[in-house]
Structures are given as C-alpha cells and as structure tokens.
Design a protein around this ligand. Sequence first.
Ligand code: FPP
Length: 250
Amino acid sequence: MPGTQLNSVQTAALSAGIDLDALPTHVAIIMDGNGRWAKSRGLARLLGHREGYKTLRSVLLNASELGIKYLTVYAFSAENWRRPKDEVDGLMALIERAARDELRVMHRNNVKVRVAGRMDDVPTSLRNALEDGIQTTQHNTGIVFTLAVNYGGRAEIVDAIRDIVATGTEPEDVTEELVAAHLYNPDIPDPDLMIRTAGEMRWSNFLIWQAAYAELFVTDVSWPEFGLKQLLSGVAAFQHRTRKFGGLTE
Ligand code: FPP
C-alpha cells in the first residue's frame, strides 16, 4: 500500500510477512479455553470468561486497525445452556456488561454491531443491550462485529427453512442462494478464516453453512492469552493456503 500511512497493527502485520491487500474479509472466532485457563490457575471459570472479555476487546480493535471488514465471535452457543446455572448467568451478565460498557468505544471506533442467534430466548435485559448496540451503531461504516449469542448453526438452518416453508416456496425453487438469503445475516459475506483457540479441532456448530469453504486455523493458545501475535499468525496461515472452492488451481 504505497503512499498510505500505516497504523501500528498494520506495521506489525507487514513485519509478520502479511500482505495487507490480501486480508481475509471475514474472520470468525471460536473463543475457547477460558475455563481451562482459569482452572490451570486455580481460579473460578467465570474469571476465565472475564479475562476472555478483555481479550475480545483488544482483538476487535486490532482486527479493525488491521483492516478486517467483518469479525464474528461465538459468545454463547445454543448448547451452552447445559452448563451450570451460575456459569450461564455469569456469562449472560458479562456479555450484557460488555455490550453496555463497550458501546461508546465501539461507536467511537466506527464499529457496527450485529448479532446472530435465537434472540427470542435471550434474557430481555441482554437482548435490550444488544438491540441498543445495533441501533446506535447501525450507520457506522467500519468493521462489522457480530456477536453470536444463543447461536447454533443447525438452529440457524432450521430457522431459515421455516421461513422459506412459510412463504409457500415450491421445492424446486429451493436453492443454496435462497437458503443463504434466509440466514440470520444474509448481507454478511461468508467467513474466509475461522480461528479456534485452545487446540480443539471442531466446528462446534458455529456458522456451519457459511464456513463451508472457510480456512480453519487452530492455535493451542487459550482465548485469554490470544493476542495480536496469534491473530497475525492466523492471517499469515490463511495467506499461505491455496483456496480452490472445490475446483482446481491454475
Ligand atoms: C469458551 O471457553 C468460551 C465461552 C463458552 C464463552 C465465550 C465468552 C467470552 C470470551 C466472554 C466474554 C464474551 C463477550 C461477548 C463479552 P470454555 O468455557 O468452553 O473453556 P473450556 O473449554 O476451557 O472449558
């Protein structure tokens, strides 16, 4: 990018060998390992989530400065309700606090907030905080930051099918494009890069439709310890992959 003033994150990216003109457009993150991080330090699991919140705050700003256009994070899965009530309540409270406390900073940084998930089943106060964030930042033009809350990939596909069936669509008119158009955020492009922390090699029902061709980057680092270095490693790994989308390379 000759002639452009680079910020510190972009400078670090260049030093890490990253091509700033070939960044993934949409990065999705499975923020795993908060519990293990806490346990290994003899701390309560919720302290791990609290630390994870701090990580998320800095990763969002780093991704934005780097020039990523869309960031989606798995904050609470549809399956996380199975955890002990204390942890569920603590996570809900933490996400709500984050949504409220970070709104001003996100707005100042031109972040556009979105959500993905079955919002009807999310506690009213959290839903209100998220809706407030979406409303306040709706005209922002910077990074689109999607919080997946009460999100399940299969549930999302089921919800899309329900919508399609309700319109009386004929079976032969059901196409991939039609299904995609009925997902929670049809205007957001599919993720190019899916990052998972804490070493597990699974999708865990996250964006299973949209991530069909995403490059997967798994790091052993737990989410509370994830930082710019790991984000750049993920982007660098992405840039070294050859994306074929089922076809052949030239
Ligand atoms: C996975 O760690 C993480 C979660 C289930 C929740 C992610 C939540 C945060 C990062 C907290 C803050 C979020 C927001 C949006 C402010 P785990 O508990 O599954 O870890 P483990 O596998 O080591 O037990």
